[in-house]
Design a protein around this ligand. Structure first.
Ligand SMILES: Cc1ncc(COP(=O)(O)O)c(C=O)c1O
Length: 461
Protein backbone atom coordinates (compact mmCIF):
# COMPACT_ATOMS: atom_id res chain seq x y z
CA UNK A 1 0.00 0.00 0.00
CA UNK A 2 1.31 3.44 -0.83
CA UNK A 3 0.62 6.00 1.85
CA UNK A 4 0.93 9.66 1.21
CA UNK A 5 2.36 11.53 4.20
CA UNK A 6 0.41 14.69 4.89
CA UNK A 7 3.60 16.67 4.71
CA UNK A 8 3.90 15.73 1.05
CA UNK A 9 0.27 16.33 0.27
CA UNK A 10 -1.05 18.97 2.66
CA UNK A 11 -4.07 19.71 0.54
CA UNK A 12 -3.85 18.46 -3.02
CA UNK A 13 -7.22 19.86 -4.00
CA UNK A 14 -6.29 23.39 -3.00
CA UNK A 15 -3.81 23.35 -5.84
CA UNK A 16 -6.29 22.07 -8.39
CA UNK A 17 -9.35 24.00 -7.29
CA UNK A 18 -8.04 27.13 -5.56
CA UNK A 19 -11.36 28.94 -5.95
CA UNK A 20 -13.04 26.38 -3.72
CA UNK A 21 -11.05 27.58 -0.77
CA UNK A 22 -11.90 30.65 1.25
CA UNK A 23 -9.72 32.50 3.66
CA UNK A 24 -8.74 30.23 6.49
CA UNK A 25 -9.53 32.82 9.20
CA UNK A 26 -12.95 31.30 9.81
CA UNK A 27 -11.73 27.74 9.56
CA UNK A 28 -12.95 25.53 12.35
CA UNK A 29 -10.05 23.58 13.82
CA UNK A 30 -11.13 20.32 15.34
CA UNK A 31 -9.78 16.98 14.12
CA UNK A 32 -6.01 17.10 13.96
CA UNK A 33 -5.69 15.36 10.60
CA UNK A 34 -2.19 16.69 10.12
CA UNK A 35 -0.92 14.80 13.16
CA UNK A 36 -1.65 11.49 11.49
CA UNK A 37 1.90 11.39 10.17
CA UNK A 38 3.02 10.22 13.63
CA UNK A 39 0.81 7.16 13.26
CA UNK A 40 2.07 4.25 11.26
CA UNK A 41 -1.03 3.72 9.12
CA UNK A 42 0.35 0.47 7.74
CA UNK A 43 0.28 -0.99 11.25
CA UNK A 44 -3.39 -1.88 11.38
CA UNK A 45 -2.88 -3.56 14.77
CA UNK A 46 -2.95 -0.06 16.27
CA UNK A 47 -6.75 -0.18 16.17
CA UNK A 48 -8.11 0.24 19.67
CA UNK A 49 -5.44 2.76 20.62
CA UNK A 50 -5.98 4.97 17.61
CA UNK A 51 -9.26 4.53 15.76
CA UNK A 52 -9.38 2.88 12.35
CA UNK A 53 -10.71 6.18 11.01
CA UNK A 54 -7.65 8.10 12.19
CA UNK A 55 -5.33 5.33 10.96
CA UNK A 56 -6.70 5.24 7.45
CA UNK A 57 -7.42 8.92 6.76
CA UNK A 58 -3.92 9.64 5.44
CA UNK A 59 -4.62 7.21 2.59
CA UNK A 60 -7.44 9.48 1.33
CA UNK A 61 -6.07 12.87 0.20
CA UNK A 62 -9.53 14.11 -0.77
CA UNK A 63 -10.61 14.12 2.88
CA UNK A 64 -7.98 16.72 3.75
CA UNK A 65 -9.60 19.73 2.19
CA UNK A 66 -11.84 22.56 3.23
CA UNK A 67 -15.35 23.07 1.95
CA UNK A 68 -16.93 26.48 2.34
CA UNK A 69 -14.14 27.39 4.73
CA UNK A 70 -14.52 24.32 6.95
CA UNK A 71 -12.65 21.04 7.08
CA UNK A 72 -14.67 18.62 4.99
CA UNK A 73 -16.73 16.06 6.89
CA UNK A 74 -17.75 13.55 4.24
CA UNK A 75 -20.79 11.58 5.37
CA UNK A 76 -22.24 10.54 2.00
CA UNK A 77 -20.53 7.18 1.69
CA UNK A 78 -23.66 5.19 0.88
CA UNK A 79 -23.81 7.22 -2.35
CA UNK A 80 -20.14 6.75 -3.15
CA UNK A 81 -16.97 6.19 -1.17
CA UNK A 82 -13.66 8.02 -1.45
CA UNK A 83 -10.64 6.36 -3.07
CA UNK A 84 -7.30 5.64 -1.40
CA UNK A 85 -4.05 6.67 -3.07
CA UNK A 86 -3.29 3.05 -4.00
CA UNK A 87 -6.44 2.91 -6.17
CA UNK A 88 -5.70 6.25 -7.83
CA UNK A 89 -2.15 5.01 -8.48
CA UNK A 90 -3.39 1.73 -9.97
CA UNK A 91 -5.49 3.71 -12.48
CA UNK A 92 -2.62 6.07 -13.24
CA UNK A 93 -0.19 3.17 -13.70
CA UNK A 94 -2.50 1.39 -16.10
CA UNK A 95 -3.04 4.48 -18.25
CA UNK A 96 0.55 5.65 -18.13
CA UNK A 97 2.40 2.32 -18.31
CA UNK A 98 0.41 -0.48 -19.97
CA UNK A 99 -2.82 0.87 -21.44
CA UNK A 100 -3.90 -1.70 -24.00
CA UNK A 101 -6.96 -3.76 -24.92
CA UNK A 102 -7.51 -7.08 -23.16
CA UNK A 103 -7.87 -10.61 -24.55
CA UNK A 104 -7.09 -9.37 -28.08
CA UNK A 105 -3.40 -8.72 -28.52
CA UNK A 106 -0.36 -10.90 -28.19
CA UNK A 107 1.93 -7.94 -27.67
CA UNK A 108 3.53 -7.15 -24.33
CA UNK A 109 1.21 -4.35 -23.19
CA UNK A 110 -1.90 -6.32 -24.05
CA UNK A 111 -0.66 -9.34 -22.10
CA UNK A 112 0.08 -7.13 -19.11
CA UNK A 113 -3.37 -5.53 -19.29
CA UNK A 114 -5.07 -8.92 -19.68
CA UNK A 115 -3.15 -10.38 -16.74
CA UNK A 116 -4.04 -7.43 -14.50
CA UNK A 117 -7.69 -7.52 -15.63
CA UNK A 118 -8.02 -11.26 -14.95
CA UNK A 119 -6.13 -10.92 -11.66
CA UNK A 120 -8.80 -8.44 -10.54
CA UNK A 121 -11.44 -11.10 -11.27
CA UNK A 122 -9.54 -13.56 -9.06
CA UNK A 123 -9.26 -10.95 -6.30
CA UNK A 124 -13.01 -10.31 -6.31
CA UNK A 125 -13.78 -14.03 -6.39
CA UNK A 126 -11.53 -14.50 -3.36
CA UNK A 127 -12.99 -11.45 -1.59
CA UNK A 128 -16.54 -12.82 -1.68
CA UNK A 129 -15.46 -16.49 -1.63
CA UNK A 130 -16.86 -17.48 -5.03
CA UNK A 131 -15.98 -21.06 -6.03
CA UNK A 132 -14.15 -19.87 -9.13
CA UNK A 133 -13.21 -16.57 -10.85
CA UNK A 134 -15.49 -17.49 -13.79
CA UNK A 135 -18.43 -16.80 -11.50
CA UNK A 136 -17.55 -13.08 -11.54
CA UNK A 137 -18.87 -11.01 -14.46
CA UNK A 138 -17.66 -7.42 -14.77
CA UNK A 139 -20.41 -4.88 -15.40
CA UNK A 140 -20.62 -1.09 -15.40
CA UNK A 141 -22.16 -1.08 -11.91
CA UNK A 142 -24.62 -3.02 -9.76
CA UNK A 143 -27.52 -1.62 -11.76
CA UNK A 144 -26.20 -3.13 -14.97
CA UNK A 145 -25.54 -6.42 -13.16
CA UNK A 146 -29.21 -6.60 -12.12
CA UNK A 147 -30.33 -5.69 -15.65
CA UNK A 148 -28.09 -8.47 -16.98
CA UNK A 149 -29.85 -11.04 -14.79
CA UNK A 150 -33.26 -9.57 -15.65
CA UNK A 151 -32.80 -9.57 -19.42
CA UNK A 152 -30.90 -12.85 -19.60
CA UNK A 153 -32.15 -15.15 -16.80
CA UNK A 154 -35.47 -13.34 -16.36
CA UNK A 155 -36.68 -13.47 -19.96
CA UNK A 156 -35.48 -17.07 -20.36
CA UNK A 157 -37.05 -18.36 -17.14
CA UNK A 158 -40.13 -16.30 -16.23
CA UNK A 159 -43.63 -16.75 -17.61
CA UNK A 160 -47.09 -15.33 -16.97
CA UNK A 161 -48.19 -15.85 -13.36
CA UNK A 162 -44.71 -16.47 -11.96
CA UNK A 163 -43.95 -14.32 -8.95
CA UNK A 164 -40.96 -12.12 -8.17
CA UNK A 165 -40.75 -11.29 -4.48
CA UNK A 166 -39.11 -8.09 -3.26
CA UNK A 167 -39.21 -5.91 -0.15
CA UNK A 168 -40.62 -2.40 -0.21
CA UNK A 169 -37.15 -1.20 0.82
CA UNK A 170 -35.37 -2.19 -2.41
CA UNK A 171 -33.32 0.34 -4.36
CA UNK A 172 -34.83 1.45 -7.69
CA UNK A 173 -32.02 -0.50 -9.41
CA UNK A 174 -33.46 -3.69 -7.97
CA UNK A 175 -37.09 -2.79 -8.76
CA UNK A 176 -37.30 -1.15 -12.18
CA UNK A 177 -35.53 -3.90 -14.22
CA UNK A 178 -38.01 -6.43 -12.81
CA UNK A 179 -40.98 -4.17 -13.62
CA UNK A 180 -39.77 -4.13 -17.23
CA UNK A 181 -39.30 -7.90 -17.30
CA UNK A 182 -42.69 -8.44 -15.63
CA UNK A 183 -44.29 -6.39 -18.41
CA UNK A 184 -42.56 -8.51 -21.03
CA UNK A 185 -43.23 -11.93 -19.44
CA UNK A 186 -46.48 -11.50 -17.49
CA UNK A 187 -44.70 -12.28 -14.21
CA UNK A 188 -46.05 -10.56 -11.10
CA UNK A 189 -44.13 -8.42 -8.58
CA UNK A 190 -44.99 -8.92 -4.92
CA UNK A 191 -43.68 -6.80 -2.08
CA UNK A 192 -43.32 -7.35 1.64
CA UNK A 193 -43.60 -4.36 3.98
CA UNK A 194 -41.89 -3.48 7.26
CA UNK A 195 -42.36 -4.50 10.87
CA UNK A 196 -43.12 -1.85 13.49
CA UNK A 197 -39.36 -1.69 14.14
CA UNK A 198 -38.99 -0.71 10.45
CA UNK A 199 -37.19 -3.84 9.32
CA UNK A 200 -38.45 -5.75 6.24
CA UNK A 201 -41.08 -8.15 7.60
CA UNK A 202 -39.72 -11.68 7.36
CA UNK A 203 -42.88 -13.28 8.74
CA UNK A 204 -44.85 -11.72 5.90
CA UNK A 205 -42.04 -12.72 3.56
CA UNK A 206 -42.39 -16.40 4.50
CA UNK A 207 -46.17 -16.18 4.10
CA UNK A 208 -45.97 -14.72 0.61
CA UNK A 209 -43.21 -17.07 -0.56
CA UNK A 210 -44.72 -20.03 -2.45
CA UNK A 211 -44.12 -22.45 -5.32
CA UNK A 212 -45.19 -19.59 -7.60
CA UNK A 213 -42.18 -17.55 -6.45
CA UNK A 214 -39.45 -17.94 -9.05
CA UNK A 215 -37.14 -15.18 -7.90
CA UNK A 216 -36.48 -13.23 -4.72
CA UNK A 217 -34.72 -9.88 -5.10
CA UNK A 218 -33.54 -8.59 -1.77
CA UNK A 219 -30.99 -6.17 -0.34
CA UNK A 220 -28.43 -7.34 2.20
CA UNK A 221 -28.17 -3.92 3.87
CA UNK A 222 -30.76 -1.22 3.23
CA UNK A 223 -29.29 2.04 1.92
CA UNK A 224 -32.11 3.97 3.62
CA UNK A 225 -33.08 2.02 6.76
CA UNK A 226 -29.60 0.74 7.57
CA UNK A 227 -31.20 -2.61 8.44
CA UNK A 228 -29.33 -5.86 7.79
CA UNK A 229 -31.19 -8.93 6.51
CA UNK A 230 -30.29 -12.56 7.36
CA UNK A 231 -29.55 -13.60 3.77
CA UNK A 232 -28.42 -17.14 4.54
CA UNK A 233 -31.76 -17.89 6.24
CA UNK A 234 -33.76 -16.18 3.48
CA UNK A 235 -31.84 -18.11 0.80
CA UNK A 236 -32.78 -21.37 2.55
CA UNK A 237 -36.48 -20.46 2.45
CA UNK A 238 -36.20 -19.48 -1.23
CA UNK A 239 -34.47 -22.71 -2.23
CA UNK A 240 -37.08 -24.77 -0.35
CA UNK A 241 -39.75 -23.51 -2.77
CA UNK A 242 -37.44 -23.73 -5.80
CA UNK A 243 -36.91 -19.96 -6.13
CA UNK A 244 -33.63 -18.28 -6.98
CA UNK A 245 -32.32 -15.41 -4.86
CA UNK A 246 -30.60 -12.27 -6.14
CA UNK A 247 -28.84 -10.34 -3.38
CA UNK A 248 -28.26 -6.61 -3.77
CA UNK A 249 -25.03 -6.38 -1.79
CA UNK A 250 -24.16 -2.77 -2.70
CA UNK A 251 -24.22 -1.71 0.94
CA UNK A 252 -22.79 -4.89 2.47
CA UNK A 253 -19.78 -5.94 0.37
CA UNK A 254 -17.95 -2.65 1.17
CA UNK A 255 -18.59 -2.94 4.90
CA UNK A 256 -18.48 -6.56 6.08
CA UNK A 257 -17.31 -10.07 5.30
CA UNK A 258 -19.57 -11.40 2.54
CA UNK A 259 -19.23 -15.08 1.65
CA UNK A 260 -21.45 -16.05 -1.28
CA UNK A 261 -21.08 -19.77 -0.64
CA UNK A 262 -22.00 -19.38 2.99
CA UNK A 263 -24.98 -17.16 2.08
CA UNK A 264 -25.92 -19.60 -0.71
CA UNK A 265 -26.80 -16.66 -2.99
CA UNK A 266 -27.64 -17.56 -6.60
CA UNK A 267 -26.80 -14.04 -7.78
CA UNK A 268 -25.12 -11.19 -5.93
CA UNK A 269 -24.30 -7.71 -7.20
CA UNK A 270 -22.11 -4.83 -6.02
CA UNK A 271 -20.54 -1.59 -7.31
CA UNK A 272 -16.85 -0.75 -7.13
CA UNK A 273 -17.36 2.95 -6.38
CA UNK A 274 -18.98 2.24 -3.01
CA UNK A 275 -16.00 0.15 -1.88
CA UNK A 276 -13.03 2.46 -2.49
CA UNK A 277 -12.83 1.56 -6.19
CA UNK A 278 -13.38 3.62 -9.35
CA UNK A 279 -16.76 4.47 -10.83
CA UNK A 280 -17.91 2.78 -14.05
CA UNK A 281 -17.41 -0.78 -12.87
CA UNK A 282 -19.23 -3.32 -10.74
CA UNK A 283 -19.76 -7.04 -10.76
CA UNK A 284 -22.28 -9.81 -10.90
CA UNK A 285 -21.63 -13.03 -9.02
CA UNK A 286 -23.63 -15.98 -10.33
CA UNK A 287 -23.39 -19.68 -9.47
CA UNK A 288 -21.49 -21.36 -12.31
CA UNK A 289 -24.28 -23.74 -13.34
CA UNK A 290 -26.80 -20.87 -13.51
CA UNK A 291 -24.50 -18.59 -15.53
CA UNK A 292 -23.64 -21.47 -17.90
CA UNK A 293 -27.32 -21.93 -18.73
CA UNK A 294 -28.02 -18.23 -19.33
CA UNK A 295 -28.25 -16.65 -22.80
CA UNK A 296 -26.21 -13.50 -23.59
CA UNK A 297 -27.45 -10.08 -22.52
CA UNK A 298 -25.58 -7.82 -24.97
CA UNK A 299 -24.10 -8.94 -28.29
CA UNK A 300 -20.77 -7.88 -29.80
CA UNK A 301 -17.06 -8.55 -29.62
CA UNK A 302 -15.56 -10.61 -26.76
CA UNK A 303 -18.75 -12.55 -26.01
CA UNK A 304 -18.66 -14.86 -29.04
CA UNK A 305 -17.08 -18.18 -29.98
CA UNK A 306 -17.74 -17.95 -33.76
CA UNK A 307 -19.70 -15.46 -35.86
CA UNK A 308 -21.40 -16.36 -39.16
CA UNK A 309 -23.53 -14.16 -41.36
CA UNK A 310 -26.83 -15.22 -39.84
CA UNK A 311 -25.94 -16.56 -36.41
CA UNK A 312 -23.22 -16.79 -33.81
CA UNK A 313 -22.08 -19.16 -31.12
CA UNK A 314 -21.22 -17.76 -27.74
CA UNK A 315 -18.26 -17.81 -25.38
CA UNK A 316 -18.42 -19.46 -21.98
CA UNK A 317 -19.17 -17.24 -18.96
CA UNK A 318 -17.97 -14.77 -17.90
CA UNK A 319 -16.92 -13.63 -21.42
CA UNK A 320 -20.45 -14.39 -22.70
CA UNK A 321 -21.67 -11.48 -20.59
CA UNK A 322 -18.83 -9.03 -21.21
CA UNK A 323 -19.54 -7.73 -24.72
CA UNK A 324 -17.21 -5.07 -26.11
CA UNK A 325 -14.12 -3.46 -24.62
CA UNK A 326 -14.58 -3.39 -20.84
CA UNK A 327 -13.58 -0.69 -18.34
CA UNK A 328 -10.06 -2.15 -18.11
CA UNK A 329 -8.36 0.47 -15.96
CA UNK A 330 -11.40 0.66 -13.67
CA UNK A 331 -11.49 -3.13 -13.22
CA UNK A 332 -7.80 -3.03 -12.29
CA UNK A 333 -8.57 -0.14 -9.93
CA UNK A 334 -11.33 -2.22 -8.34
CA UNK A 335 -8.74 -4.97 -7.81
CA UNK A 336 -6.52 -2.42 -6.03
CA UNK A 337 -9.50 -1.45 -3.85
CA UNK A 338 -9.95 -5.11 -2.89
CA UNK A 339 -6.26 -5.26 -1.95
CA UNK A 340 -6.68 -2.12 0.14
CA UNK A 341 -9.79 -3.36 1.99
CA UNK A 342 -8.28 -6.82 2.49
CA UNK A 343 -5.13 -5.18 3.89
CA UNK A 344 -7.24 -3.66 6.66
CA UNK A 345 -9.52 -6.69 7.06
CA UNK A 346 -13.28 -6.69 6.51
CA UNK A 347 -14.03 -7.90 10.04
CA UNK A 348 -12.02 -5.01 11.44
CA UNK A 349 -13.88 -2.59 9.19
CA UNK A 350 -17.22 -4.05 10.25
CA UNK A 351 -16.40 -3.96 13.98
CA UNK A 352 -15.29 -0.34 13.81
CA UNK A 353 -18.31 0.71 11.75
CA UNK A 354 -20.61 -1.02 14.23
CA UNK A 355 -19.15 1.20 16.94
CA UNK A 356 -19.67 4.29 14.74
CA UNK A 357 -23.19 3.13 13.92
CA UNK A 358 -24.30 3.01 17.55
CA UNK A 359 -22.60 6.34 18.28
CA UNK A 360 -24.26 8.02 15.31
CA UNK A 361 -27.69 6.60 16.15
CA UNK A 362 -27.49 7.56 19.82
CA UNK A 363 -26.15 11.03 19.12
CA UNK A 364 -28.94 11.72 16.62
CA UNK A 365 -31.63 10.26 18.91
CA UNK A 366 -30.62 12.71 21.62
CA UNK A 367 -31.70 15.68 19.47
CA UNK A 368 -35.34 16.56 19.95
CA UNK A 369 -37.58 16.75 16.88
CA UNK A 370 -35.34 14.35 14.94
CA UNK A 371 -37.03 11.24 13.57
CA UNK A 372 -34.65 8.44 12.53
CA UNK A 373 -35.95 5.83 10.08
CA UNK A 374 -35.14 2.15 10.36
CA UNK A 375 -34.55 -0.07 13.40
CA UNK A 376 -32.76 0.99 16.57
CA UNK A 377 -29.44 -0.78 17.24
CA UNK A 378 -31.20 -2.97 19.87
CA UNK A 379 -33.43 -4.46 17.19
CA UNK A 380 -30.97 -4.88 14.36
CA UNK A 381 -27.26 -4.89 13.84
CA UNK A 382 -27.80 -1.80 11.74
CA UNK A 383 -25.25 -0.30 9.35
CA UNK A 384 -23.39 2.95 9.99
CA UNK A 385 -25.94 5.17 8.30
CA UNK A 386 -29.01 7.07 9.47
CA UNK A 387 -31.83 8.50 7.38
CA UNK A 388 -33.72 11.11 9.35
CA UNK A 389 -35.98 14.13 9.23
CA UNK A 390 -36.16 17.18 11.43
CA UNK A 391 -39.70 18.28 12.26
CA UNK A 392 -40.81 21.19 10.07
CA UNK A 393 -37.49 21.48 8.19
CA UNK A 394 -37.11 20.00 4.72
CA UNK A 395 -34.32 17.44 4.36
CA UNK A 396 -32.80 19.40 1.48
CA UNK A 397 -32.66 22.57 3.61
CA UNK A 398 -30.89 20.57 6.31
CA UNK A 399 -28.35 19.14 3.83
CA UNK A 400 -27.77 22.52 2.15
CA UNK A 401 -27.19 24.36 5.43
CA UNK A 402 -24.85 21.63 6.72
CA UNK A 403 -22.75 21.89 3.56
CA UNK A 404 -22.84 25.67 3.26
CA UNK A 405 -22.33 26.61 6.87
CA UNK A 406 -20.35 23.66 8.23
CA UNK A 407 -18.67 21.74 5.37
CA UNK A 408 -20.62 18.60 6.29
CA UNK A 409 -21.64 16.52 3.25
CA UNK A 410 -24.78 14.42 3.68
CA UNK A 411 -27.46 13.41 1.19
CA UNK A 412 -31.09 14.42 1.00
CA UNK A 413 -33.90 13.11 -1.18
CA UNK A 414 -35.43 9.68 -1.69
CA UNK A 415 -32.10 7.81 -2.02
CA UNK A 416 -33.57 5.83 -4.95
CA UNK A 417 -36.07 4.19 -2.59
CA UNK A 418 -39.30 6.01 -3.47
CA UNK A 419 -41.61 3.07 -2.68
CA UNK A 420 -40.03 2.90 0.79
CA UNK A 421 -40.35 6.64 1.34
CA UNK A 422 -44.00 6.49 0.30
CA UNK A 423 -44.50 3.55 2.68
CA UNK A 424 -42.97 5.65 5.48
CA UNK A 425 -45.22 8.58 4.53
CA UNK A 426 -42.46 10.99 3.54
CA UNK A 427 -41.08 12.13 0.20
CA UNK A 428 -37.55 12.76 1.33
CA UNK A 429 -35.13 12.19 4.17
CA UNK A 430 -31.66 13.41 5.06
CA UNK A 431 -29.03 10.67 5.28
CA UNK A 432 -25.64 10.58 6.98
CA UNK A 433 -23.67 7.51 5.93
CA UNK A 434 -20.26 6.55 7.24
CA UNK A 435 -17.25 4.52 6.18
CA UNK A 436 -14.23 3.20 8.05
CA UNK A 437 -12.25 6.43 7.49
CA UNK A 438 -14.81 8.45 9.46
CA UNK A 439 -14.32 9.17 13.14
CA UNK A 440 -16.42 9.84 16.23
CA UNK A 441 -15.03 13.39 16.14
CA UNK A 442 -16.65 13.84 12.76
CA UNK A 443 -19.95 12.55 14.11
CA UNK A 444 -19.65 15.15 16.88
CA UNK A 445 -19.04 17.87 14.30
CA UNK A 446 -22.09 16.71 12.34
CA UNK A 447 -24.28 16.69 15.46
CA UNK A 448 -23.16 20.18 16.54
CA UNK A 449 -23.72 21.41 12.98
CA UNK A 450 -27.17 19.84 12.89
CA UNK A 451 -28.12 21.54 16.15
CA UNK A 452 -26.98 24.85 14.66
CA UNK A 453 -29.03 24.10 11.53
CA UNK A 454 -32.14 23.44 13.61
CA UNK A 455 -31.56 26.62 15.61
CA UNK A 456 -31.22 28.65 12.42
CA UNK A 457 -34.39 27.35 10.77
CA UNK A 458 -36.38 27.36 14.03
CA UNK A 459 -35.91 31.11 14.28
CA UNK A 460 -38.00 31.42 11.07
CA UNK A 461 -40.80 29.06 12.15
C1 LIG B 1 -28.74 -0.78 -2.05
C2 LIG B 1 -28.30 -0.26 -3.39
N1 LIG B 1 -28.59 -0.98 -4.49
C3 LIG B 1 -28.23 -0.59 -5.72
C4 LIG B 1 -27.56 0.60 -5.90
C5 LIG B 1 -27.17 1.00 -7.29
O1 LIG B 1 -25.80 1.11 -7.40
P1 LIG B 1 -25.16 1.69 -8.76
O2 LIG B 1 -25.82 3.03 -8.98
O3 LIG B 1 -23.72 1.78 -8.46
O4 LIG B 1 -25.49 0.74 -9.83
C6 LIG B 1 -27.26 1.40 -4.80
C7 LIG B 1 -26.62 2.72 -4.97
O5 LIG B 1 -26.93 3.67 -4.29
C8 LIG B 1 -27.63 0.95 -3.50
O6 LIG B 1 -27.36 1.66 -2.42
Amino acid sequence: MILLPNSLCPNPCRAFFPKLFHSSSSVRHRVSFSTTSVIDASDRTNVGVVSLGELTRPDFPILHQEVNGFPLVYLDNAATSQKPVSVVNALRDYYSCYNSNVHRGIHNLSSKATDAYELARKKIAGFINASEPQEIVFTRNATEAINLVAYSWGIANLKAGDEILLTVAEHHSAIVPWQIIAQKTGAILKYVGLTKEEIPDLVQFKNVLSKKTKLVVVHHVSNTLGSVLPIQEIAGWCHNVGAKILVDACQSVPHMVVDVQNLDADFLVASSHKMCGPTGVGFLYGKADILNAMPPFLGGGEMIADVYENYSTYAEPPSRFEAGTPAIGEVIGMGAAIDYLSGIGMQKIHDYEEELSVYLYQSLSDISNVRIYGPSPEHNNRAALCSFNVKNIHATDVATFLDDQHGVAIRSGHHCTQPLHRYLGVNSTARASLYFYNTKDEIDVFITALKDTIKFFSSYL
